[in-house]
Design a protein around this ligand. Structure first.
Ligand code: G4P
Length: 541
């Protein structure tokens, strides 16, 4: 079915796709759930977490997530709020899984930076912020836990500006703190939103809206809080703290909201403003130029692959970001890397862990594609020109182990498991040049990834493995004329040259000194820290 250019433009214009970035425990799960509550996608907060716990019991590999109380998977949640189709990408907060988070941010058009009012800017916030900055993603800040005895709002803004180096503009302002947190003053509508607690935060909090000029406001807040609010507003207004949308879209200033996700205080005003602030999908870079989202052809890229989400079905789902045009169930698209045509027959959308088969989707949306093994992270699909989207790098691992089989007869299953897990991006596999497929080396950005792999190999592939720790710390993909792996190894016996899953040479170094020496001694070679997965014509054989 064809669609008019106007309708396509309108559908694309109503999409908002974002991710929440935060340090673990800042309240990301809680805020996500509250956004779903206010977005009408769930009716009782608490259900997402409860469901997650229930599923964890069913799906064995998620046990590890439950045991450690962390989120190791990335999922997408979709809902419609005030006619806007929202794709909320969930990112794992744990440091060890930051690679997954980087990939997710490649699929987002905007980020919400969540900060704990007690702890302020934390290490993981800084790391993730830097990724957003590199990608020039606009960032909206939500300072959470205002119901706790947190830091002064002015101090928090100051810290964001100093530590992250991004100017802030307060969109809302808290009145009261700790148990006296009463609500937020919305600077843009100049109204005060007064909240009451409701059912321990499981339902929407009743909210009263009062204009700043309303004589009743002083009485409602109490004289001292009212005086303080007026004083602080004067201070902010006097500092010329005005919002500049262009600078926000360029990632050069962040509007800041305050609230308490747990109590639902400030969540609704945040969501109302967020759908206006967050940009609709914009043109995206490909190897052959910028592709506009309302282009007449469908295209996009895979940013995540998740196998065995449902163990009973042994499925494998590729999470796909649509970058242009309209997607229809059953459509055929060119798989650009291989030049083959794929039929996209059962596209899925997600509400937390629930999935629905959909008939259509538009640029900005994230869809799940059933995948029989053809797709890899970074792959592009298109019904028009064979475009290849940029931006899903593979990072160089910092931890390495050699994998040994407890039962040598399970080698085939091990191979299959490792192949699938590496295609998912859960771990990187390297082979010795001499030993070939025997006892491969695994590389990870964080060591927790190794635990997850061991667990998943056991429960999903019925393979028990042992790890031997290796002392390498750096991996570099090497390119250049006359590259001789054996010669490089001879220069230092603590260096090893292996092959990645796509057959490309990678050199592992035990320490920075060795790496520096190799770089200095071999000026004709490039030592590359992060690479794009194999492109067309360079696919693994
Ligand atoms: P995360 O996904 O970022 O790791 O954080 P999560 O939402 O799991 O929240 C971490 C802890 O912070 C939880 O407490 C949660 O209840 C609490 N929290 C979230 N929002 C607020 C808030 O607005 N105010 C206050 N005071 N606390 C908040 P927990 O004790 O670890 O878990 P739980 O037993 O409450 O679920």
């Amino acid at each position: 079915m064809s669609i008019s250019a106007e309708r396509l433009q309108a559908c694309v214009g109503s999409r908002r796709t974002f991710a929440i970035i935060s340090h673990p425990d800042a309240g990301k799960t809680t805020l996500t759930e509250k956004l779903l509550l206010y977005g009408g996608a769930i009716h009782l907060a608490g259900s997402v977490k409860a469901k997650r716990a229930r599923r964890a019991a069913l799906s064995d590999w998620m046990e590890i997530e439950r045991e450690r109380g962390i989120s190791v998977t990335t999922s997408v949640m979709q809902f419609v709020y005030q006619g806007i189709h929202i794709n909320l990408l969930d990112t794992p907060g744990h440091n060890d899984f930051s690679e997954d988070t980087y990939r997710t941010l490649a699929a987002a058009d905007c980020a919400v930076m969540l900060i704990d009012s007690v702890k302020g800017v934390e290490p993981q916030t800084i790391k993730l912020f830097q990724v957003c900055r590199l990608r020039q993603i606009p960032i909206v800040t939500f300072i959470n836990k205002m119901d706790a005895f947190g830091r002064e709002p002015m101090d928090l803004l100051d810290e964001i500006e100093k530590v992250l180096g991004i100017p802030t503009t307060a969109a809302s302002w808290p009145v009261g703190s700790g148990p006296n947190f009463q609500g937020v003053f919305d600077r843009w509508s100049r109204t005060f939103r007064h909240f009451e607690k409701a059912d321990a935060g499981s339902r929407r909090a009743p909210m009263t809206v009062t204009s700043i000029d309303d004589p009743g406001l002083r009485q409602a807040l109490g004289a001292s809080w009212h005086d303080r609010l007026l004083e602080e507003m004067d201070l902010l207004d006097g500092a010329g703290d005005l919002f500049d949308r262009e600078r926000f879209l360029a990632g050069q200033v962040t509007p800041v909201f305050f609230g308490s996700a747990m109590n639902n205080f400030g969540v609704e005003p945040f969501l109302e403003h967020f759908v206006e602030l967050a940009p609709a999908p914009r043109g995206r870079r490909t190897e052959s130029g910028l592709i506009e989202p309302a282009s007449p052809f469908f295209s996009g890229f895979v940013f995540k692959i998740q196998a065995n989400m449902d163990r009973n079905h042994r499925d494998r789902i590729a999470f796909f970001r649509i970058c242009s045009g309209r997607f229809e169930r059953g459509m055929e698209a060119l798989h650009v890397r291989t030049g083959r045509t794929l039929t996209l027959s059962r596209p899925l959308m997600f509400l937390a862990q629930e999935r629905t088969v959909i008939e259509e989707a538009y640029a900005g949306d994230i869809v799940g594609l059933w995948d029989a093994g053809a797709l890899r992270i970074g792959d592009s699909l298109s019904t028009g020109q064979p475009v290849e989207y940029e931006g899903i790098p593979r990072f160089s691992p910092e931890h390495f182990v050699r994998v040994r089989l407890a039962d040598p007869t399970r080698r085939k299953q091990l191979q299959k498991g490792l192949d699938e897990l590496s295609e998912e991006g859960a771990v990187q596999i390297f082979q010795d040049r001499q030993r070939l497929a025997r006892d491969p080396i695994l590389g990870a950005v964080g060591t927790l990834q190794f635990d997850v792999i061991k667990h998943r190999l056991k429960f999903e592939y019925n393979v028990d493995v042992l790890y031997d720790a290796l002392s390498f710390q750096y991996a570099r993909w090497v390119e250049g004329p006359g590259f001789d792996p054996a010669a490089l190894e001879r220069q230092s016996w603590t260096t090893s040259c292996v092959l990645d899953a796509e057959g490309r040479p990678v050199v592992l170094f035990e320490n920075e000194w060795n790496l520096r020496r190799a770089v200095d001694d071999n000026p004709q070679l490039s030592f590359i820290a992060s690479v794009q997965p194999a492109r067309r014509g360079r696919a693994a054989s």
